[in-house]
Ligand binder design. Structure first.
Ligand SMILES: Cc1cc2nc3c(=O)[nH]c(=O)nc-3n(C[C@H](O)[C@H](O)[C@H](O)COP(=O)(O)OP(=O)(O)OC[C@H]3O[C@@H](n4cnc5c(N)ncnc54)[C@H](O)[C@@H]3O)c2cc1C
Length: 416
């Protein structure tokens, strides 16, 4: 059952965090998982290791990779249920085979669904919520080892989805699905900063999912990636003077586009266009760090201006930044809790000694705009006053886990 790792269990995807856990359990069944959790004094789930901080760590860790995926589609309720170790790529293939789709995806299909929804992971789109918003039901193993099911009709549901792993180990997840759809991706280069800032709403509403890539310096923004559903909208010939690229390109200027999903208007199924990166390309680790702040939509342009004013300090440490939008939700710890939001994301060079001291500077610049950090990326501090339901979350976690079996240093620092 349990496996010992005298050399350590390794690092997260970015190799910035070395897990301190002494053991990584790999149960084959939910029953085994229940026994493990009941017996362990301090244990947490490890997803696909894509978070950039110590959020997952604990004295003991458990991976659900060995559980049967058990992907079950319910056409009547338009939902899919599956084991919590499943990653988006695998789930997407199974859904597509059956003629179904998820509403949205993040940039990478290699991430586990349970880990993504625990941190409020998101893609883009004015009318698309975070990936957590697709959750239609959860089953998790509580501190006593018992199974608990939560659905949207339960009072605690909105506190249980973006859970930061503090309530228990998810064993099964149910997501809303819809009939499959096709998407085309068009990339526009040469948009001027003045146009982005003056027409921000118009630009982000031009596609089903829109990403703006920039390095903050210069007169032009960088690239705008427009993902359009074939069943609903057509991309424009030009985007305020920015021209569509004829060949595929990587979000980072100068990097070969072999890992990216097809662009230049070539239609394809949702799972091969909504992520920026292809499932077949397996980035097991990356020479990068990431940070992101979610700002209420009403502050988007002012917040972007504030970051642009720091452009000369940011650019030397940056691969690229990405601006994405998302619709409001009611999930207590979500970055989009009760507000449409804009994500201001930074893909940094792997230079922690320079990047980490810059984060408080960025957070100070964003302070007037009520920025909430992405829970799974690098940040300096969390403003607790921006989460009105945080006391309810602490009460829920304490009720389900009075001994603190699922707590860790990260949670003590930022939540409890
Ligand atoms: C290359 C790259 C691209 C990314 N792109 C995006 C993006 O487009 N949008 C975005 O928002 N984020 C993005 N992220 C961030 C990433 O989505 C989040 O950090 C996410 O939480 C990682 O999920 P994971 O499965 O790797 O979980 P881990 O990092 O392993 O764990 C994250 C949290 O989930 C908990 N968890 C995992 N499994 C379970 C379970 N079964 N039960 C209870 N808790 C569980 C862990 O305990 C931990 O608290 C990206 C990260 C990388 C490295």
């Amino acid at each position: 059952m349990g496996e010992n790792y005298p050399m350590g269990i390794g690092t997260n995807w970015s190799r910035h965090h070395e897990y301190r856990a002494s053991v990584l359990h790999r149960p084959d069944t939910v029953d085994e998982l229940q026994h493990l959790v009941a017996a362990a004094p301090n244990i947490r789930a490890l997803g696909s290791r894509h978070s950039f901080n110590d959020i997952a760590d604990a004295a003991q860790l458990v991976t659900l990779e060995a559980l049967e995926p058990a992907i079950e589609i319910d056409a009547e309720s338009e939902t899919v249920s599956f084991s919590a170790g499943v990653r988006y790529g695998e789930l997407g293939r199974a859904l597509q085979r059956g003629g179904w789709a998820l509403r949205n995806l993040a940039s990478l299909p290699h991430i586990s669904v349970a880990g993504a929804i625990a941190t409020g992971t998101h893609g883009s789109g004015d009318r698309n919520g975070t990936l957590s918003r697709a959750v239609a039901g959860l089953e998790f193993v509580t501190a006593t080892g018992e199974l608990l099911s939560v659905s949207p009709v339960d009072d605690d549901f909105d506190g249980s989805v973006v859970s930061l792993g503090a309530l228990g180990i998810l064993s099964r997840v149910t997501l809303d699905i819809e009939p499959t759809f096709e998407v085309r991706q068009d990339v526009y280069n040469g948009l001027h900063w003045t146009d982005l800032l003056e027409r921000f709403d118009s630009i982000t509403s031009r596609g089903y999912s829109v990403s703006v890539f920039t390095t903050w310096v210069g007169d032009t923004v960088g690239a705008v990636w427009l993902k359009s559903r074939l069943d609903s909208s057509k991309p424009p010939q030009s985007l305020y003077g920015a021209a569509p690229a004829a060949v595929d390109q990587h979000p980072i200027a100068g990097v070969a586009a072999e890992s990216t999903t097809a662009q230049a208007g070539v239609p394809g199924p949702w799972l091969d266009r909504l992520p920026h990166f292809r499932l077949e390309f397996t980035p097991s680790n990356g020479e990068e760090l990431q940070s992101e702040y979610l700002v209420p939509r009403r502050h988007a342009v002012d917040a972007i201006r504030a970051i642009r004013a720091l452009g000369d300090r940011i650019a030397p440490l940056l691969h690229v930044s990405e601006l994405r939008t998302m619709a409001a939700d009611s999930l207590w710890l979500s970055g989009a809790y009760e507000t449409d939001a804009v994500g201001i994301h930074f893909t940094w060079h792997f230079a922690p000694a320079e990047v980490l001291p810059l984060l408080p500077v960025i957070e100070e610049a964003l302070a007037p705009f009520d920025a909430r950090p992405h829970w799974g990326k690098l940040f300096h501090s969390v403003r607790r006053d921006l989460y009105p339901r945080l006391p309810d979350f602490v009460e829920l976690a304490t009720r389900l886990d009075p001994q603190g079996k699922f707590r860790n240093e990260y949670l003590e620092r930022h939540v409890f």
